[in-house]
Each structure stands twice: as structure tokens, then as C-alpha cells.
Design a protein around this ligand. Structure first.
Ligand code: PAF
Length: 296
């Protein structure tokens, strides 16, 4: 397939390299206007064309891997180069931006939403390392997306496992639940994901899972506290040595995805009149941590 990948950060680099290795023609949209960009993953370098509008127009699929808060700014200048038959896949942490994107596309343009649990870390040198494997789930983000189940097979061939899920919103909620526990806690305490498996963190994680179960059920997702906890523990184990994306963002004083992760949980809790004091505390604590870093 001819693929345009927007957002070659940690997850974007992983997919760009894996899709290229699987035989697809990947071109990148990056900051700046360089006509090519070299990505490095696990010691393997891969030079790909970049910022070439003709390649964008000819693409069969656009894969958007920017941070949630960057999606509008990153996409808007390039939307004129999106062919009306091109499939669009959105893959990011958190929830919210797909509603904006769906409104930009015609109803006939397939929109797919994907969520992935791979762990990738960036070394000081700018090289990326694939530090933990996890499942990827993909499904329809609009009516036209329902006909695109084959995309799961294409992606699965490049970086297994990828499964198609007709009800992708449910998967997005589970990923949101994982991120809303792992990311703020590891950012506040400055720890890798695996530390959360220690008993010290059990009481707060229990409370967070209970609040998540309340909100998710109100959103129509059938789940239990135990199921949410199991998913969090599985990801914490699989990415034990990894620092979460929010941990890195706070550490390097970059913007975080807090609004699209904890912020979204709080927004939906408020909409259902459900109290979520522990998520509220984490929200405030991450904000405070960011302020402290800025002033240090
Ligand atoms: O945001 C992240 O870092 C990742 O989504 C995850 C799965 C929590 C692994 O670190």
C-alpha cells in the first residue's frame, strides 16, 4: 500500500519502520519541510520521503500518529491533499479528536480508529527502541469505515497482533482506562510502568479503577473493576521498563495528553454526574508537576 504517516514520534516511527519492512511505501509528514527523513528503530535506520504533496495525494491510506492535542494543527494544512478515496486511520492516546476529524471528512471517506499498547522509548540520540509489545485494535470511526476490515490484516502482517473490532469505541475506552491510570501515576512519581505493580500503588489504583468502571458503565461499556485492573496490570507488566509517554512529556517539559486522557474521563464523569475524585487529584497533581518543572 502507499501510506502517508503523519507524526513520526515514538509510535509513528514504530509503525513507519514496520510497515516499510513489510513492503509498503511509506512517506512522512513532519515538522519543517525536509524532503526526506531518516528514522531509527532498534538500531535499524530507514530513510523515507517526507512532506511531498504528490505522495500524499496518491496514498491509499493516511495513518495519523500525532499526539491528540496536535491533530488539528498537524492535519489542517494537508487536508487539501487528502484524496477522497484515501482511508484515514487515527492512532493516538486519549479520546476526543476523532469527532473533529469525522466532521472534516465526507461521509463516504472511510475513517478508522486504532489503539495500540506497544511501548517505544526515545533515546537522547533521537533513536527509538521498541520496548514492549502489546495488541493493536482497529475499527470503524464512521459508517464508511465498516467496509475496511482488511486494514487489520495489512497492519497485522507488519506488526502483530492487530485485530478488527466492530465496536472500536469500547477498545478506545479500555485503552483510555489504561492510560488514565499508568500515565499520570508514572508522570507524578517519576517511575517506569512496572513500578505500578508494587503493593504501594494498589490502593490508589483500586480507587481509580472503581471510578473508571462507574464512568464506563454509564457510557454503555459492560465491564468490571477486575477486568479494568487486569488490563492495566497486563500493560504495566508488558512495558515494565518503559517510561510512559506522559512521564517523558513531563520530564522533558513538553505538552502532555492529560486533557485527552484524564480530562476526557473527568468530562464524561461530569456529564453523567459521577464523582471521580481520584482522577481529579491526578489531574491536579500532573498540572502541579508541570508547573514545578517549569519554575525549577
Ligand atoms: O502512553 C504510553 O506510554 C503507552 O500508551 C502505554 C501503553 C501506557 C505504555 O507506556
Amino acid at each position: 500500500m502507499r501510506i502517508t504517516l503523519i507524526g513520526a514520534g515514538a509510535i509513528g516511527t514504530l509503525w513507519a519502520v514496520k510497515l516499510t519492512q513489510a513492503g509498503h511505501s511509506v512517506n512522512l509528514v513532519t515538522r519543517g519541510n525536509a524532503s526526506e527523513r531518516t528514522l531509527s528503530l532498534d538500531g535499524t535506520s530507514c530513510t523515507l520521503p517526507a512532506n511531498q504533496t504528490a505522495l500524499m495525494q496518491q496514498s491509499d491510506l493516511w495513518l495519523i500518529c500525532t499526539k491528540a492535542y496536535d491533530i488539528q494543527t498537524a492535519l489542517l494544512p494537508y487536508l487539501p491533499y487528502l484524496h477522497r478515496d484515501t482511508l484515514v486511520v487515527l492512532m493516538h492516546n486519549g479520546m476526543g479528536p476523532h469527532q473533529w476529524l469525522a466532521a472534516q471528512l465526507s461521509e463516504r471517506q472511510p475513517l478508522l480508529l486504532a489503539t495500540t499498547s506497544h511501548g517505544v522509548c526515545r533515546h537522547r540520540t533521537g533513536d527509538y527502541q521498541h520496548t514492549g509489545c502489546g495488541p493493536t485494535t482497529i475499527g470503524p470511526g464512521n459508517q464508511a469505515g465498516h467496509a475496511c476490515t482488511f486494514v487489520a490484516e495489512v497492519f497485522d502482517h507488519a506488526l502483530p497482533t492487530v485485530t478488527w473490532k466492530g465496536n472500536i469505541v469500547q477498545s478506545l475506552w479500555f485503552k483510555l482506562a489504561i492510560n488514565s491510570v499508568i500515565n499520570p501515576l508514572t508522570a507524578i512519581h517519576g517511575i517506569p510502568n512496572g513500578e505500578l505493580l508494587k503493593l504501594d500503588y494498589d490502593p490508589i489504583i483500586r480507587e481509580l479503577c472503581q471510578e473508571l468502571a462507574n464512568v464506563m458503565r454509564a457510557e454503555g461499556i459492560h465491564t468490571t473493576v477486575t477486568e479494568i485492573r487486569q488490563q492495566i496490570d497486563t500493560v504495566a507488566k508488558a512495558t515494565a521498563n518503559n517510561y510512559s509517554s506522559m512521564n517523558r512529556d513531563v520530564f522533558y517539559q513538553r505538552p502532555t495528553e492529560l486533557e485527552y486522557i484524564t480530562g476526557y474521563v473527568l468530562q464524561r464523569a461530569a456529564a453523567h454526574h459521577i464523582s471521580a475524585p481520584h482522577h481529579q487529584q491526578l489531574y491536579q497533581a500532573v498540572k502541579q508537576g508541570q508547573r514545578n518543572k517549569e519554575s525549577s
